[in-house]
Design a protein around this ligand. Sequence first.
Ligand code: SF4
Length: 237
Amino acid sequence: MGAALTDIAGLDAQLIECRACPRLVEWREQVAREKRAAFRDETYWGRPVPGFGPPDAPVLIVGLAPAAHGANRTGRMFTGDRSGDFLYAALHAVGLASQPTATHICDGLELFGVRITSPVHCAPPANKPTPTERDNCRHWLDAELRILRPHLRSVIVLGGFGWQSLLPVLDDAGWAVPRPRPKFGHGAHVELRGPERPLHLFGCYHVSQQNTFTGRLTPAMLESVLSDAARAAGLIG
Ligand code: SF4
């Protein structure tokens, strides 16, 4: 990485050039070349996908990694696939997004007080990054958290992978993560002491089709966690 990253635009500009994980670089580019039949006329992004949302957001959502034919195609987090349809519909329902759908990067979608990122920024085969790939990508999340920290009040983590990845990053960024470390669960809520103010950490099942198609995660469950996090951050009353 080059100069110290102190703003989101600079971070994103460097991130999208990253080629640190050979397996993921090969996969993201192969998917972008071969494409899914339904998208054969599109140009896939095929690069690291940066976070989406304002840099002064008091709420952060942390997922897992871009989907091969979703964010890896469109270049924006959770955009262009069923997981994103589920997430953005819920964000819109609780007043945190300008529209309930996310189809492509120029669709006009805006987030209000929310940023979305992931601990791994390139699409992995079978949606499963390795521990080495997670560790390679960690410095991007470290840098993003340090930029977001002055305004950040709440974090919603979608799934156990994101939870395990994020706790050490929060610890290093100055929030007091208890020992033993809090366990992931849907509805988990931990308040972490911080240098300036506390941070509310919420666990939520991931918006993967495995969870949403089976009813393990319903729109009402997701909207409830989003509302709790927005309320803890002072975004809604
Ligand atoms: S996963 Fe992260 S560290 Fe690995 S190539 Fe992509 S952006 Fe770079």
